[in-house]
Design a protein around this ligand. Structure first.
Ligand code: NAI
Ligand code: MG
Length: 492
Protein backbone atom coordinates (compact mmCIF):
# COMPACT_ATOMS: atom_id res chain seq x y z
CA UNK A 1 0.00 0.00 0.00
CA UNK A 2 1.05 3.54 -0.59
CA UNK A 3 1.79 5.05 2.79
CA UNK A 4 0.41 8.29 4.09
CA UNK A 5 3.03 10.20 6.00
CA UNK A 6 1.95 11.91 9.18
CA UNK A 7 1.10 15.56 8.57
CA UNK A 8 3.78 17.82 9.98
CA UNK A 9 3.53 21.44 10.87
CA UNK A 10 5.66 23.31 8.36
CA UNK A 11 6.13 27.02 7.99
CA UNK A 12 3.17 28.35 6.04
CA UNK A 13 4.19 31.15 3.70
CA UNK A 14 2.57 34.54 3.96
CA UNK A 15 0.24 35.55 1.16
CA UNK A 16 1.51 38.98 0.21
CA UNK A 17 0.02 39.42 -3.25
CA UNK A 18 -3.56 38.59 -4.13
CA UNK A 19 -4.60 41.52 -6.33
CA UNK A 20 -4.18 42.10 -10.04
CA UNK A 21 -0.86 43.54 -11.19
CA UNK A 22 -1.50 46.09 -13.94
CA UNK A 23 0.83 48.87 -15.07
CA UNK A 24 3.00 48.37 -12.01
CA UNK A 25 0.08 48.80 -9.59
CA UNK A 26 -1.71 46.32 -7.36
CA UNK A 27 -5.41 46.69 -7.90
CA UNK A 28 -8.67 44.90 -7.16
CA UNK A 29 -10.77 43.69 -10.09
CA UNK A 30 -13.06 46.36 -11.62
CA UNK A 31 -16.00 44.14 -10.69
CA UNK A 32 -14.72 43.78 -7.13
CA UNK A 33 -14.97 40.00 -7.56
CA UNK A 34 -12.56 37.56 -6.03
CA UNK A 35 -12.17 33.80 -6.24
CA UNK A 36 -10.77 31.38 -3.69
CA UNK A 37 -7.59 29.51 -4.29
CA UNK A 38 -7.57 26.18 -2.46
CA UNK A 39 -4.86 24.14 -0.77
CA UNK A 40 -5.34 20.76 -2.49
CA UNK A 41 -3.79 18.89 0.45
CA UNK A 42 -6.45 20.12 2.90
CA UNK A 43 -9.21 21.46 0.63
CA UNK A 44 -9.06 24.65 2.70
CA UNK A 45 -9.12 28.15 1.24
CA UNK A 46 -5.67 29.77 1.12
CA UNK A 47 -6.69 33.22 -0.09
CA UNK A 48 -9.28 35.18 -2.01
CA UNK A 49 -7.67 36.44 -5.21
CA UNK A 50 -8.88 39.32 -7.36
CA UNK A 51 -10.76 37.88 -10.34
CA UNK A 52 -9.97 39.62 -13.61
CA UNK A 53 -12.47 39.73 -16.45
CA UNK A 54 -12.57 41.53 -19.79
CA UNK A 55 -12.62 44.99 -18.15
CA UNK A 56 -9.39 44.29 -16.29
CA UNK A 57 -7.77 42.66 -19.30
CA UNK A 58 -8.59 45.86 -21.20
CA UNK A 59 -6.57 47.87 -18.67
CA UNK A 60 -3.75 45.35 -18.65
CA UNK A 61 -3.52 45.40 -22.45
CA UNK A 62 -3.52 49.22 -22.43
CA UNK A 63 -0.65 49.19 -19.94
CA UNK A 64 1.31 46.58 -21.90
CA UNK A 65 0.61 48.41 -25.18
CA UNK A 66 1.85 51.69 -23.76
CA UNK A 67 4.94 50.03 -22.33
CA UNK A 68 5.64 48.49 -25.72
CA UNK A 69 4.73 51.41 -27.98
CA UNK A 70 6.24 54.20 -25.90
CA UNK A 71 8.11 52.73 -22.94
CA UNK A 72 11.78 52.04 -22.35
CA UNK A 73 11.74 48.24 -22.41
CA UNK A 74 12.00 47.55 -26.15
CA UNK A 75 14.19 50.65 -26.62
CA UNK A 76 16.80 50.33 -23.90
CA UNK A 77 20.22 48.83 -24.54
CA UNK A 78 19.63 45.14 -24.94
CA UNK A 79 22.38 44.36 -22.45
CA UNK A 80 20.56 46.39 -19.82
CA UNK A 81 17.44 44.27 -20.40
CA UNK A 82 19.62 41.25 -19.80
CA UNK A 83 20.97 42.76 -16.57
CA UNK A 84 17.47 43.40 -15.23
CA UNK A 85 16.51 39.82 -16.05
CA UNK A 86 19.61 38.58 -14.21
CA UNK A 87 18.50 40.59 -11.19
CA UNK A 88 15.07 38.97 -11.37
CA UNK A 89 16.73 35.55 -11.37
CA UNK A 90 18.83 36.56 -8.35
CA UNK A 91 15.75 37.75 -6.46
CA UNK A 92 13.95 34.48 -7.16
CA UNK A 93 16.99 32.61 -5.90
CA UNK A 94 17.11 34.71 -2.75
CA UNK A 95 13.46 33.83 -2.01
CA UNK A 96 13.60 30.24 -3.14
CA UNK A 97 12.45 28.73 0.15
CA UNK A 98 9.44 30.97 0.49
CA UNK A 99 8.53 30.57 -3.18
CA UNK A 100 8.79 26.78 -2.89
CA UNK A 101 6.45 26.82 0.09
CA UNK A 102 3.98 29.09 -1.69
CA UNK A 103 4.06 26.90 -4.79
CA UNK A 104 3.51 23.78 -2.72
CA UNK A 105 0.65 25.35 -0.81
CA UNK A 106 -1.18 26.44 -3.95
CA UNK A 107 -0.43 23.45 -6.20
CA UNK A 108 0.08 20.55 -3.78
CA UNK A 109 3.43 19.47 -5.15
CA UNK A 110 6.01 18.31 -2.59
CA UNK A 111 7.89 21.34 -1.35
CA UNK A 112 11.15 19.54 -2.03
CA UNK A 113 10.20 19.09 -5.72
CA UNK A 114 9.56 22.82 -6.07
CA UNK A 115 12.71 23.70 -4.11
CA UNK A 116 15.06 21.30 -5.91
CA UNK A 117 13.40 20.97 -9.31
CA UNK A 118 10.95 23.55 -10.58
CA UNK A 119 12.44 26.73 -9.17
CA UNK A 120 16.12 26.07 -9.94
CA UNK A 121 15.11 25.36 -13.55
CA UNK A 122 12.97 28.52 -13.62
CA UNK A 123 16.00 30.52 -12.47
CA UNK A 124 18.17 28.86 -15.12
CA UNK A 125 15.65 29.70 -17.84
CA UNK A 126 15.55 33.38 -16.89
CA UNK A 127 19.35 33.57 -16.73
CA UNK A 128 19.66 31.73 -20.03
CA UNK A 129 17.33 34.17 -21.80
CA UNK A 130 18.95 37.13 -20.06
CA UNK A 131 22.07 36.02 -21.90
CA UNK A 132 20.18 36.13 -25.20
CA UNK A 133 18.96 39.71 -24.79
CA UNK A 134 22.01 41.26 -26.51
CA UNK A 135 22.58 38.40 -28.94
CA UNK A 136 19.43 38.67 -31.02
CA UNK A 137 20.86 39.73 -34.35
CA UNK A 138 20.00 39.77 -38.02
CA UNK A 139 22.01 39.04 -41.14
CA UNK A 140 23.38 40.87 -44.14
CA UNK A 141 22.19 39.26 -47.36
CA UNK A 142 23.89 39.41 -50.77
CA UNK A 143 20.89 40.15 -53.02
CA UNK A 144 21.04 40.86 -56.76
CA UNK A 145 21.75 44.45 -57.83
CA UNK A 146 23.40 47.39 -56.16
CA UNK A 147 21.68 47.07 -52.81
CA UNK A 148 22.58 46.63 -49.20
CA UNK A 149 20.12 44.14 -47.70
CA UNK A 150 19.94 43.25 -44.04
CA UNK A 151 17.48 41.76 -41.57
CA UNK A 152 16.46 42.92 -38.14
CA UNK A 153 14.81 40.82 -35.49
CA UNK A 154 12.30 42.90 -33.60
CA UNK A 155 9.96 42.07 -30.72
CA UNK A 156 6.54 40.83 -31.84
CA UNK A 157 4.80 43.27 -29.49
CA UNK A 158 2.43 42.55 -26.62
CA UNK A 159 2.39 38.87 -25.73
CA UNK A 160 -0.69 37.30 -24.13
CA UNK A 161 0.47 34.35 -22.07
CA UNK A 162 -1.95 31.81 -20.65
CA UNK A 163 -0.47 29.14 -18.44
CA UNK A 164 -1.64 26.03 -16.57
CA UNK A 165 -1.39 24.97 -12.95
CA UNK A 166 1.00 22.03 -13.09
CA UNK A 167 4.29 23.99 -12.96
CA UNK A 168 3.17 27.52 -12.08
CA UNK A 169 6.56 29.14 -11.44
CA UNK A 170 8.33 27.21 -14.18
CA UNK A 171 5.67 28.14 -16.73
CA UNK A 172 6.09 31.81 -15.81
CA UNK A 173 9.82 31.53 -16.46
CA UNK A 174 9.35 29.67 -19.76
CA UNK A 175 6.97 32.40 -20.91
CA UNK A 176 8.60 35.54 -19.51
CA UNK A 177 12.20 34.57 -20.33
CA UNK A 178 12.05 34.70 -24.15
CA UNK A 179 9.41 37.47 -24.21
CA UNK A 180 11.47 39.78 -22.00
CA UNK A 181 14.73 39.05 -23.80
CA UNK A 182 13.08 39.88 -27.12
CA UNK A 183 11.78 43.20 -25.78
CA UNK A 184 8.10 42.25 -25.70
CA UNK A 185 5.63 43.29 -23.04
CA UNK A 186 3.31 40.81 -21.36
CA UNK A 187 -0.24 40.20 -20.20
CA UNK A 188 -0.18 36.93 -18.32
CA UNK A 189 -3.06 34.91 -16.98
CA UNK A 190 -2.00 32.28 -14.49
CA UNK A 191 -4.28 29.28 -13.97
CA UNK A 192 -7.21 29.84 -11.64
CA UNK A 193 -6.01 26.90 -9.50
CA UNK A 194 -2.57 28.41 -8.85
CA UNK A 195 -2.39 32.20 -9.14
CA UNK A 196 -0.20 32.99 -6.13
CA UNK A 197 3.37 32.50 -7.30
CA UNK A 198 2.93 34.37 -10.60
CA UNK A 199 1.79 37.37 -8.54
CA UNK A 200 4.80 37.01 -6.27
CA UNK A 201 7.11 36.87 -9.28
CA UNK A 202 5.52 40.05 -10.66
CA UNK A 203 6.53 41.77 -7.44
CA UNK A 204 10.08 40.48 -7.80
CA UNK A 205 10.21 41.62 -11.44
CA UNK A 206 9.25 45.12 -10.37
CA UNK A 207 11.90 45.04 -7.66
CA UNK A 208 14.46 43.88 -10.25
CA UNK A 209 13.75 46.96 -12.34
CA UNK A 210 11.34 45.70 -14.98
CA UNK A 211 9.52 48.93 -15.93
CA UNK A 212 5.84 49.34 -15.09
CA UNK A 213 3.50 47.92 -17.71
CA UNK A 214 6.03 45.46 -19.10
CA UNK A 215 4.62 42.60 -17.06
CA UNK A 216 0.93 42.52 -16.15
CA UNK A 217 -0.62 39.59 -14.29
CA UNK A 218 -4.37 39.06 -14.35
CA UNK A 219 -5.58 35.99 -12.47
CA UNK A 220 -9.02 34.81 -13.48
CA UNK A 221 -10.89 32.14 -15.38
CA UNK A 222 -10.40 30.90 -18.93
CA UNK A 223 -13.69 31.80 -20.61
CA UNK A 224 -13.58 35.35 -19.15
CA UNK A 225 -10.06 36.65 -18.57
CA UNK A 226 -8.38 34.10 -20.85
CA UNK A 227 -10.77 34.66 -23.75
CA UNK A 228 -10.45 38.44 -23.36
CA UNK A 229 -6.69 38.16 -23.82
CA UNK A 230 -7.11 35.99 -26.89
CA UNK A 231 -9.65 38.32 -28.51
CA UNK A 232 -8.07 41.65 -27.67
CA UNK A 233 -6.75 43.42 -30.79
CA UNK A 234 -3.99 44.98 -28.70
CA UNK A 235 -2.42 41.55 -28.15
CA UNK A 236 -0.04 40.57 -30.94
CA UNK A 237 0.71 37.02 -29.98
CA UNK A 238 -0.73 34.36 -27.68
CA UNK A 239 1.39 31.68 -26.03
CA UNK A 240 -0.67 28.97 -24.40
CA UNK A 241 0.11 25.85 -22.41
CA UNK A 242 -2.75 23.57 -21.44
CA UNK A 243 -5.33 21.25 -22.96
CA UNK A 244 -5.88 20.60 -26.65
CA UNK A 245 -9.57 21.42 -26.24
CA UNK A 246 -8.81 24.91 -24.96
CA UNK A 247 -6.18 25.38 -27.68
CA UNK A 248 -8.85 24.70 -30.29
CA UNK A 249 -11.10 27.35 -28.77
CA UNK A 250 -8.19 29.81 -28.70
CA UNK A 251 -7.27 29.08 -32.31
CA UNK A 252 -10.81 29.74 -33.48
CA UNK A 253 -11.07 32.94 -31.47
CA UNK A 254 -7.70 34.18 -32.64
CA UNK A 255 -8.49 33.45 -36.29
CA UNK A 256 -10.34 36.74 -36.84
CA UNK A 257 -7.17 38.68 -36.19
CA UNK A 258 -4.75 36.07 -37.54
CA UNK A 259 -3.01 36.28 -34.23
CA UNK A 260 0.33 34.55 -33.82
CA UNK A 261 -0.06 31.43 -31.71
CA UNK A 262 2.18 28.94 -29.97
CA UNK A 263 0.78 25.95 -28.14
CA UNK A 264 2.30 23.47 -25.76
CA UNK A 265 -0.35 20.82 -25.19
CA UNK A 266 -0.81 17.32 -23.92
CA UNK A 267 0.71 13.95 -24.54
CA UNK A 268 0.52 10.20 -24.16
CA UNK A 269 4.22 9.64 -24.33
CA UNK A 270 5.69 6.18 -24.87
CA UNK A 271 8.40 5.13 -22.43
CA UNK A 272 10.05 2.13 -24.08
CA UNK A 273 12.11 -0.50 -22.28
CA UNK A 274 14.09 -2.99 -24.38
CA UNK A 275 15.20 -6.30 -22.89
CA UNK A 276 18.86 -5.25 -22.90
CA UNK A 277 18.26 -2.10 -20.84
CA UNK A 278 19.90 -1.37 -17.49
CA UNK A 279 16.99 -2.61 -15.38
CA UNK A 280 17.67 -0.40 -12.36
CA UNK A 281 17.88 2.74 -14.45
CA UNK A 282 14.87 1.83 -16.57
CA UNK A 283 12.72 1.03 -13.52
CA UNK A 284 13.67 4.34 -11.94
CA UNK A 285 12.92 6.03 -15.28
CA UNK A 286 9.51 4.40 -15.52
CA UNK A 287 8.75 5.68 -12.04
CA UNK A 288 9.89 9.26 -12.66
CA UNK A 289 8.31 9.22 -16.11
CA UNK A 290 4.81 8.67 -14.81
CA UNK A 291 4.82 9.91 -11.23
CA UNK A 292 6.76 13.17 -11.36
CA UNK A 293 4.52 16.02 -10.27
CA UNK A 294 1.66 13.64 -9.33
CA UNK A 295 1.53 12.56 -12.98
CA UNK A 296 0.49 16.07 -13.97
CA UNK A 297 3.08 16.44 -16.72
CA UNK A 298 2.39 17.09 -20.38
CA UNK A 299 5.30 14.78 -21.19
CA UNK A 300 4.41 12.03 -18.68
CA UNK A 301 5.60 8.60 -19.80
CA UNK A 302 2.10 7.22 -19.43
CA UNK A 303 2.46 4.36 -21.92
CA UNK A 304 5.17 2.03 -20.66
CA UNK A 305 6.13 -0.36 -23.48
CA UNK A 306 8.10 -3.33 -22.13
CA UNK A 307 9.76 -5.92 -24.38
CA UNK A 308 8.18 -9.33 -23.84
CA UNK A 309 11.40 -11.12 -22.75
CA UNK A 310 11.60 -9.02 -19.56
CA UNK A 311 7.97 -8.05 -19.19
CA UNK A 312 7.07 -10.14 -16.12
CA UNK A 313 10.17 -9.30 -14.12
CA UNK A 314 10.17 -5.62 -15.04
CA UNK A 315 6.50 -5.09 -14.28
CA UNK A 316 6.96 -6.69 -10.87
CA UNK A 317 9.56 -4.08 -10.05
CA UNK A 318 7.47 -1.19 -11.30
CA UNK A 319 4.50 -2.40 -9.27
CA UNK A 320 6.58 -2.88 -6.11
CA UNK A 321 8.10 0.59 -6.42
CA UNK A 322 4.70 2.14 -7.03
CA UNK A 323 3.37 0.56 -3.87
CA UNK A 324 6.23 1.93 -1.79
CA UNK A 325 5.93 5.49 -3.05
CA UNK A 326 5.35 7.93 -0.19
CA UNK A 327 2.14 9.87 -0.67
CA UNK A 328 1.19 12.59 1.78
CA UNK A 329 1.78 16.03 3.20
CA UNK A 330 3.61 18.10 0.58
CA UNK A 331 5.34 20.04 3.35
CA UNK A 332 7.03 16.89 4.68
CA UNK A 333 10.45 16.72 3.01
CA UNK A 334 10.17 12.91 2.80
CA UNK A 335 6.99 13.06 0.72
CA UNK A 336 7.32 11.94 -2.91
CA UNK A 337 3.76 12.55 -4.03
CA UNK A 338 1.24 15.18 -3.00
CA UNK A 339 -2.40 15.65 -3.94
CA UNK A 340 -3.76 16.30 -7.43
CA UNK A 341 -4.33 19.99 -8.02
CA UNK A 342 -8.11 20.10 -7.60
CA UNK A 343 -11.35 18.17 -7.40
CA UNK A 344 -11.90 18.30 -11.18
CA UNK A 345 -8.54 16.64 -11.87
CA UNK A 346 -9.08 14.16 -9.02
CA UNK A 347 -12.47 13.17 -10.45
CA UNK A 348 -11.10 12.90 -13.98
CA UNK A 349 -8.33 10.56 -12.88
CA UNK A 350 -10.58 8.41 -10.69
CA UNK A 351 -12.92 8.21 -13.69
CA UNK A 352 -10.11 6.84 -15.87
CA UNK A 353 -9.18 4.31 -13.19
CA UNK A 354 -12.77 3.04 -13.29
CA UNK A 355 -12.74 2.99 -17.11
CA UNK A 356 -9.47 1.01 -17.17
CA UNK A 357 -10.99 -1.69 -14.97
CA UNK A 358 -14.17 -1.76 -17.02
CA UNK A 359 -12.18 -2.10 -20.23
CA UNK A 360 -10.53 -5.21 -18.81
CA UNK A 361 -7.04 -4.01 -17.92
CA UNK A 362 -5.52 -5.52 -14.76
CA UNK A 363 -5.21 -3.15 -11.82
CA UNK A 364 -1.77 -4.19 -10.52
CA UNK A 365 -1.18 -1.36 -8.03
CA UNK A 366 -3.16 1.42 -6.40
CA UNK A 367 -6.44 2.54 -7.88
CA UNK A 368 -7.85 4.26 -4.80
CA UNK A 369 -7.98 7.53 -2.98
CA UNK A 370 -5.48 8.10 -0.17
CA UNK A 371 -7.08 9.43 2.99
CA UNK A 372 -10.39 11.27 3.04
CA UNK A 373 -9.23 14.87 2.88
CA UNK A 374 -7.23 16.38 0.04
CA UNK A 375 -7.06 15.12 -3.52
CA UNK A 376 -4.57 12.29 -2.98
CA UNK A 377 -4.53 9.30 -5.33
CA UNK A 378 -2.54 6.09 -4.98
CA UNK A 379 0.22 5.47 -7.52
CA UNK A 380 -1.65 3.26 -9.96
CA UNK A 381 -0.43 0.67 -12.46
CA UNK A 382 -2.53 -1.09 -15.09
CA UNK A 383 -1.10 -4.14 -16.84
CA UNK A 384 -2.54 -6.12 -19.74
CA UNK A 385 -3.43 -2.83 -21.38
CA UNK A 386 -4.51 -2.99 -25.04
CA UNK A 387 -3.69 -0.20 -27.49
CA UNK A 388 -7.33 0.60 -28.17
CA UNK A 389 -8.29 1.11 -24.51
CA UNK A 390 -9.02 4.68 -23.41
CA UNK A 391 -6.30 4.44 -20.74
CA UNK A 392 -3.78 3.78 -23.53
CA UNK A 393 -5.00 6.57 -25.79
CA UNK A 394 -6.17 9.51 -23.69
CA UNK A 395 -4.25 11.85 -21.44
CA UNK A 396 -5.11 11.02 -17.82
CA UNK A 397 -2.80 13.62 -16.25
CA UNK A 398 -2.44 11.70 -13.02
CA UNK A 399 -0.41 8.95 -11.35
CA UNK A 400 -1.78 6.20 -13.59
CA UNK A 401 0.57 4.05 -15.67
CA UNK A 402 -0.53 1.83 -18.56
CA UNK A 403 1.85 -1.04 -19.27
CA UNK A 404 1.94 -2.53 -22.77
CA UNK A 405 3.99 -5.44 -24.10
CA UNK A 406 5.92 -5.48 -27.39
CA UNK A 407 8.12 -7.91 -29.24
CA UNK A 408 9.90 -6.19 -32.13
CA UNK A 409 11.05 -2.77 -33.30
CA UNK A 410 8.74 -2.28 -36.29
CA UNK A 411 5.67 -3.25 -34.33
CA UNK A 412 6.77 -1.08 -31.44
CA UNK A 413 7.34 2.03 -33.55
CA UNK A 414 4.01 1.64 -35.30
CA UNK A 415 2.16 1.32 -31.98
CA UNK A 416 4.14 4.03 -30.18
CA UNK A 417 3.37 6.46 -33.02
CA UNK A 418 -0.31 5.49 -33.30
CA UNK A 419 -1.48 8.53 -31.33
CA UNK A 420 -2.55 12.07 -32.11
CA UNK A 421 0.01 13.31 -29.60
CA UNK A 422 3.74 13.67 -30.16
CA UNK A 423 5.31 15.51 -27.27
CA UNK A 424 7.93 13.14 -25.89
CA UNK A 425 9.22 9.58 -25.88
CA UNK A 426 11.95 7.65 -24.14
CA UNK A 427 13.99 4.58 -25.01
CA UNK A 428 15.94 2.39 -22.59
CA UNK A 429 18.57 0.14 -24.20
CA UNK A 430 22.33 -0.53 -24.13
CA UNK A 431 22.41 -0.92 -27.92
CA UNK A 432 23.35 2.46 -29.35
CA UNK A 433 22.20 1.68 -32.89
CA UNK A 434 18.81 0.63 -31.62
CA UNK A 435 18.59 3.78 -29.48
CA UNK A 436 19.32 6.08 -32.40
CA UNK A 437 17.05 4.16 -34.74
CA UNK A 438 14.17 4.51 -32.30
CA UNK A 439 15.01 8.18 -31.71
CA UNK A 440 14.79 8.75 -35.46
CA UNK A 441 11.55 6.88 -36.00
CA UNK A 442 9.54 8.10 -33.00
CA UNK A 443 7.26 11.01 -33.95
CA UNK A 444 7.81 13.23 -30.92
CA UNK A 445 9.36 16.62 -30.14
CA UNK A 446 11.69 15.19 -27.51
CA UNK A 447 13.25 11.74 -27.27
CA UNK A 448 15.13 10.79 -24.13
CA UNK A 449 17.58 7.90 -24.30
CA UNK A 450 18.31 6.14 -21.01
CA UNK A 451 16.85 9.08 -19.10
CA UNK A 452 13.50 10.81 -18.61
CA UNK A 453 12.30 14.34 -17.88
CA UNK A 454 15.72 15.86 -18.48
CA UNK A 455 15.10 19.52 -19.22
CA UNK A 456 17.54 22.29 -19.91
CA UNK A 457 17.00 25.97 -20.63
CA UNK A 458 19.00 25.59 -23.85
CA UNK A 459 17.21 22.51 -25.25
CA UNK A 460 14.02 23.20 -27.24
CA UNK A 461 10.83 21.52 -26.12
CA UNK A 462 7.49 21.18 -27.87
CA UNK A 463 5.18 18.90 -29.73
CA UNK A 464 4.66 17.10 -33.01
CA UNK A 465 1.04 16.59 -34.14
CA UNK A 466 -1.65 17.64 -31.65
CA UNK A 467 0.86 18.22 -28.86
CA UNK A 468 1.26 21.75 -30.14
CA UNK A 469 3.23 24.03 -32.35
CA UNK A 470 6.23 26.19 -31.82
CA UNK A 471 9.03 25.37 -29.42
CA UNK A 472 9.90 26.73 -26.01
CA UNK A 473 13.39 26.98 -24.48
CA UNK A 474 16.64 27.32 -26.37
CA UNK A 475 17.18 29.64 -29.30
CA UNK A 476 14.06 28.19 -30.93
CA UNK A 477 12.01 29.48 -28.00
CA UNK A 478 12.86 33.08 -28.89
CA UNK A 479 11.46 32.83 -32.41
CA UNK A 480 7.77 33.19 -31.53
CA UNK A 481 8.56 36.51 -29.82
CA UNK A 482 10.35 37.99 -32.81
CA UNK A 483 9.36 39.51 -36.13
CA UNK A 484 11.92 39.43 -38.94
CA UNK A 485 12.27 42.62 -40.90
CA UNK A 486 14.12 42.83 -44.21
CA UNK A 487 15.65 46.22 -45.02
CA UNK A 488 16.83 46.89 -48.56
CA UNK A 489 18.87 50.01 -49.27
CA UNK A 490 19.69 51.25 -52.75
CA UNK A 491 23.37 52.04 -53.10
CA UNK A 492 23.07 53.76 -56.49
P1 NAI B 1 -7.15 24.23 -19.66
O1 NAI B 1 -6.46 24.11 -20.96
O2 NAI B 1 -8.61 24.49 -19.69
O3 NAI B 1 -6.46 25.39 -18.78
C1 NAI B 1 -5.17 25.91 -19.00
C2 NAI B 1 -5.22 27.43 -18.96
O4 NAI B 1 -6.07 27.90 -19.99
C3 NAI B 1 -5.77 28.01 -17.66
O5 NAI B 1 -5.09 29.20 -17.36
C4 NAI B 1 -7.20 28.31 -18.03
O6 NAI B 1 -7.81 29.30 -17.24
C5 NAI B 1 -7.05 28.79 -19.46
N1 NAI B 1 -8.27 28.70 -20.28
C6 NAI B 1 -9.30 27.82 -20.16
N2 NAI B 1 -10.23 28.08 -21.08
C7 NAI B 1 -9.81 29.15 -21.81
C8 NAI B 1 -10.36 29.91 -22.89
N3 NAI B 1 -11.54 29.61 -23.42
N4 NAI B 1 -9.65 30.94 -23.37
C9 NAI B 1 -8.44 31.25 -22.86
N5 NAI B 1 -7.89 30.59 -21.82
C10 NAI B 1 -8.56 29.55 -21.29
O7 NAI B 1 -6.83 22.92 -18.84
P2 NAI B 1 -7.53 22.39 -17.48
O8 NAI B 1 -9.00 22.49 -17.63
O9 NAI B 1 -6.90 23.03 -16.32
O10 NAI B 1 -7.09 20.86 -17.50
C11 NAI B 1 -7.76 19.93 -18.37
C12 NAI B 1 -6.77 18.94 -18.92
O11 NAI B 1 -5.85 19.60 -19.76
C13 NAI B 1 -5.90 18.24 -17.91
O12 NAI B 1 -6.54 17.15 -17.30
C14 NAI B 1 -4.75 17.81 -18.77
O13 NAI B 1 -5.09 16.63 -19.48
C15 NAI B 1 -4.61 18.95 -19.74
N6 NAI B 1 -3.55 19.90 -19.32
C16 NAI B 1 -2.36 19.89 -19.96
C17 NAI B 1 -1.33 20.72 -19.53
C18 NAI B 1 0.00 20.74 -20.19
O14 NAI B 1 0.99 21.05 -19.55
N7 NAI B 1 0.09 20.47 -21.47
C19 NAI B 1 -1.49 21.58 -18.37
C20 NAI B 1 -2.80 21.57 -17.79
C21 NAI B 1 -3.77 20.74 -18.26
MG1 MG C 1 -10.46 23.96 -18.19
Amino acid sequence: MATVTAPRKAATPQIRQSQLFIGGQWTPARSGNTFDTINPATEEVIAAVAEADAADVELAVLAARKAFDEGPWPRMNARERGRIMMRLADLIEAEIDELAALESLDNGKPVSDARLGDIPLAIEVIRYYAGWADKIQGATIPINGNYFCYTRKEPVGVAGQIIPWNFPILMVAWKWGPALAAGCTIVMKPAEQTPLTALRLARLAQEAGVPDGVINVVPGFGPTAGAAIVKHPGIDKVAFTGSGETAQVIMRQAADQLKRLTFELGGKSPNIVFADADMDAAAAGAHVGIYLNQGQCCCAGSRLFVEDAIHGEFVERVVAESKSRRVGDPFDPATQQGPQVDKAQFDKIMGYIAVGQKEGATLAAGGGRVGDKGFFIEPTVFTNVKDEMAIAREEIFGPVLSVLKFSDMDELIRRANATNFGLAAAVWTRDISRAHEAAKRLRAGTVWVNCYDVFDAAAPFGGFKQSGFGRELGEKGLEPYLEHKTVTVSLS
